[in-house]
Design a protein around this ligand. Structure first.
Ligand SMILES: Cc1cc2nc3c(=O)[nH]c(=O)nc-3n(C[C@H](O)[C@H](O)[C@H](O)COP(=O)(O)OP(=O)(O)OC[C@H]3O[C@@H](n4cnc5c(N)ncnc54)[C@H](O)[C@@H]3O)c2cc1C
Length: 516
């Protein structure tokens, strides 16, 4: 930590804890408002869950792979006087993804009306009218849930009370699955229209039907891949922050948020160094922020007991692997494939309610080498396979030290049978992340993949607020705050933050001295 500047009380210095996409976007927003920003992250690169690692000539994108609503990124760049498309190349995906069921049937989702309706008609012609109605529902929920609620602060109870009638009218109490089931009869289509909350940590049988809006997002704005992975977006963000005069410091773990005169006054690092600031923004998980970083202050709302009682999103088991000489071998396997297991409702119940590791699994398979050959040596492939699993907070939690390898073997057996024949002989690189890795790497409470689950009573005003309820001068962004997880969600948390934090005061002279 020798590069940071310490500062006088100019009212211009902001510290952002965490260089996840939410933290970086927040730093950009603050930089655009005149704040001198220092981003601190314990990892060695920007991006948090959206970063990547390299092994044996493969680049593994560790987390987000599907970029939706690119306009959110373009707006963010524009707010900083920059052009997103000059910094990052997005490639539209056609199809978006393919879903494969156990009975051999398939469904390719895409933006093209004719193509997707042909897919619906092939699986269940009687459901075409219901599908069109579902899309209309999705659009209504998009305008309300995404463009209205999702883009403004929800930290006053009044903000919530005002919108309750609309929530009731839209039957926000109904689950996404229940909503899909009212529109289409075919179970496969019910899956295809309702699984999206799993991408942001929600149980489709319990999260609000407001999340049907994801079907509209995909349809209206497409699904994209960032060339270079989401890591490339994170690096471009860090460059914007530097161009604004800010800095992004790695290998810096914050141990505590400091308080002076009843306000956040800076942070203390794990090595004991104290860094002062006029405001502190935490992009660390909201649970970690209140439970760990504010542990020496009484908390009114986000007490340890309340955080423990909260419903946390599921954990993730992710296997990153490289394969040799396979590029031409698995020709019909695209960039994004969902391989559905034998059970839907009961499997989801095992994950979210029973906290039990099922024998069966449903997998999301990422094969970026189809779109971006630079992720693997020539002729080879780079993959990751993700399986939702219980988080670590359930009673009788999974013993991952014992289970990780048998689980991977079951995964290989399923992939060999359903998608990638001959896989086990082709694997060259192999890295596994379990919920324990998420706990230890991202300091994620209970190793949850997406922070607090987006159920209705844990959304909007009910979620940890973007302006802290506990401490003046402290703000929160990222997946655990409003509007929530996923790239559009965390970019949205920064947009909301930008409305809550005032412009920086004119910097006090003289300019700060560099600290050792
Ligand atoms: C496997 C996976 C696949 C996903 N796929 C998609 C997808 O396809 N599309 C999509 O839109 N979303 C996807 N998501 C969700 C999305 O990636 C996340 O919701 C989002 O990236 C979270 O961003 P964040 O800013 O909240 O936090 P994070 O990415 O978790 O970043 C938080 C950062 O804070 C740092 N930190 C924490 N505590 C401290 C501390 N005390 N001191 C210093 N640093 C600290 C951590 O090191 C981390 O870098 C996926 C997530 C995962 C895990």
């Amino acid at each position: 930590m020798s590069t940071r500047t310490t500062t006088a009380q100019g009212g211009t210095d902001a510290i952002v804890i965490g260089a996840g996409l939410g933290g970086l976007a927040s730093a950009m927003r603050l930089g655009a408002k005149g704040w001198r920003v220092t981003v601190l992250d314990r990892l060695d690169r920007p991006g948090g869950r959206g970063s990547s690692i390299a092994r044996g000539g493969h680049r593994f994108d560790l987390g987000p792979t599907i970029v939706t609503v690119p306009q959110g990124l373009r707006d963010l760049w524009a707010a900083c006087g920059r052009d997103f498309d000059a910094d990052v190349t997005l490639k539209p995906m056609t199809p978006f993804y393919e879903i494969r069921w156990q009975d051999g049937s398939r469904f390719a989702a895409s933006q093209d009306d004719g193509a997707i309706e042909a897919e619906i008609a092939r699986l269940s012609p009687d459901d075409l009218a219901g599908y069109r109605k579902f899309l209309q529902d999705a659009e209504t929920r998009y305008w309300f849930g995404y463009e209205d609620l999702g883009r403004r602060p929800m930290n006053r109870l009044w903000d919530l009370i005002k919108v309750l009638p609309k929530f009731a009218w839209l039957r926000a109490d109904r689950s996404v699955y229940a909503h899909a089931a009212r529109r289409v009869r075919d179970e496969r289509l019910r899956f295809a229209l309702s699984f999206h909350p799993l991408f942001i940590g929600g149980d489709p049988f319990h999260v609000t039907s407001m999340y049907a809006l994801v079907s509209h997002l995909e349809k209206a704005f497409g699904v994209h891949y960032a060339m270079g992975g989401v890591q490339a977006i994170a690096e471009a963000m860090a460059n914007v922050i530097r161009s604004q005069g800010g800095q992004v410091v790695h290998g810096a773990e914050v141990d505590e948020i400091m308080v002076a005169n009843g306000r956040a006054s800076g942070v203390k690092l794990a090595d004991g160094e104290v860094l002062p600031a006029d405001i502190v923004v935490s992009n660390a998980d909201a649970g970690h922020t209140y439970d760990r970083l504010l542990r020496n202050r009484p908390r009114k709302r986000w007490t340890p007991a309340k955080l423990k009682r909260a419903r946390w999103s599921m954990g993730l088991y992710v296997w990153y692997f490289g394969t040799r000489g396979t590029r031409e071998m698995w020709r019909d396997v695209g960039h994004h494939t969902i391989v559905v297991g034998p059970r839907y409702r009961e499997h989801v119940k095992d994950i979210f309610i029973r906290g039990k590791l099922s024998d069966d699994m449903s997998l999301y398979v990422h094969r970026p080498s189809v779109t971006d050959p630079s992720v693997a040596p020539e002729g080879d492939d780079t993959f990751y396979v993700l399986s939702p699993v219980p988080h670590l907070g359930h009673d009788n939690g999974v013993d991952w030290q014992a289970e990780a390898e048998p689980y991977r073997q079951r995964m290989i057996a399923m992939l060999e049978e359903r998608l990638l024949p001959g896989l086990s002989e082709r694997v060259t690189e192999s890295v596994v992340f379990t919920p324990e890795t998420f706990r230890d790497r991202y300091l994620s409470p209970f190793g949850a993949g997406f922070s607090i689950e987006p159920r209705i009573l844990q959304s909007a005003w009910f979620r940890p607020h973007n302006v802290s309820e506990e401490l003046p001068g402290l703000y929160l962004t990222g997946a655990g705050t409003h509007p929530g997880a996923g790239l559009p969600g965390v970019i949205g948390t920064a947009e909301v933050l930008g409305q809550l934090v005032p412009d920086a005061a004119a910097p006090a002279a003289p300019l700060p001295m560099a600290a050792e």
